[in-house]
Ligand binder design. Structure first.
Ligand code: FMN
Length: 233
């Protein structure tokens, strides 16, 4: 099994520790882990050049780091994405990476490989706002075609891992244990549900009459999605 972990921060605080606890429980000695820390391993801000959308993802100014991450995600069965809660939002550096992946939304050029993956959205907050962040991360995964995303948001009542009360740390161990068992039971078995299939078909109809972006249309045509092929079994 391969797992990609994208940390929406560089420091190893509460969010990192929770993702790592989950990763430890998911991985065995044969697991290949691709781990990225943002912004260190990610692209600079999106400058809105539209190169990725109209000319190809390799024309993006941040293509080297973005494509390295995309390649790892395509190889992985599970993708963990985390961020601390900052002012009820994800970290700016994680949002920056997501902006660079807009070209692979279902409305443009989704990757076939995404349609059987499990996503896991992780966040921590001192006291409030986790739902917004896990929902936002899950939304990105959904638009890439990932059929199943779990959400783990934990209020840690602290600004650093050191200060997290023991009672909450025990709760975290239980939650990551239960989530890891759930994910393990579904690896390689997930299939897109109605919502993904419906959206895919709406996008397919749009690309049948697409006269505005030939790169996107070619992608749908090359994958034979404008015919009867679908990215799921
Ligand atoms: C800039 C900033 C904004 C924050 N905004 C919130 C917030 O909206 N809600 C909240 O409960 N905690 C907020 N916090 C606290 C962190 O989300 C919380 O301490 C989190 O567990 C930190 O994770 P980390 O240890 O991985 O950095 C904020 C912290 C910072 C630095």
């Amino acid at each position: 099994m391969e797992i990609t972990v994208i940390h929406g921060q560089v420091h190893k605080g509460s969010t990192y520790h929770i993702s790592s606890s989950l990763l430890k429980k998911l991985a065995d000695e044969d697991t290949v882990v691709h781990e990225y820390f943002l912004p260190k391993d990610g692209p600079d801000f999106c400058v809105g050049c539209f190169n990725c959308i109209y000319q190809g993802e390799n024309k993006c100014l941040g293509a080297v780091s973005v494509q390295e991450i995309v390649k790892s995600m395509c190889l992985s069965q599970a993708i963990i994405i985390d961020s601390p809660t900052y002012c009820f939002e994800m970290s700016g550096q994680l949002k920056t990476l997501f902006d660079h992946m807009g070209y692979m939304w279902m409305s443009h050029r989704p990757r076939r490989e995404m349609f059987d993956k499990i996503g896991i959205a992780v966040t921590t907050a001192s006291g409030a706002g986790t739902k917004n962040i896990t929902k936002s991360i899950a939304r990105q995964l959904f638009w890439w075609g990932v059929p199943k995303t779990y959400r783990l948001g934990i209020n840690v009542s602290a600004s650093s891992w050191k200060e997290v009360p023991e009672k909450i740390k025990r709760k975290i161990e239980l939650k990551t244990g239960a989530l890891a068992s759930e994910v393990k039971g579904h690896i390689g078995k997930v299939k897109p549900g109605f919502k993904t299939k419906f959206l895919f078909n709406v996008m397919r109809k749009m690309h049948l009459s697409n006269t505005w972006n030939m790169l996107d249309k070619q992608h749908w045509s090359d994958n034979k999605w404008l015919e009867s092929e679908r990215p799921w079994r």
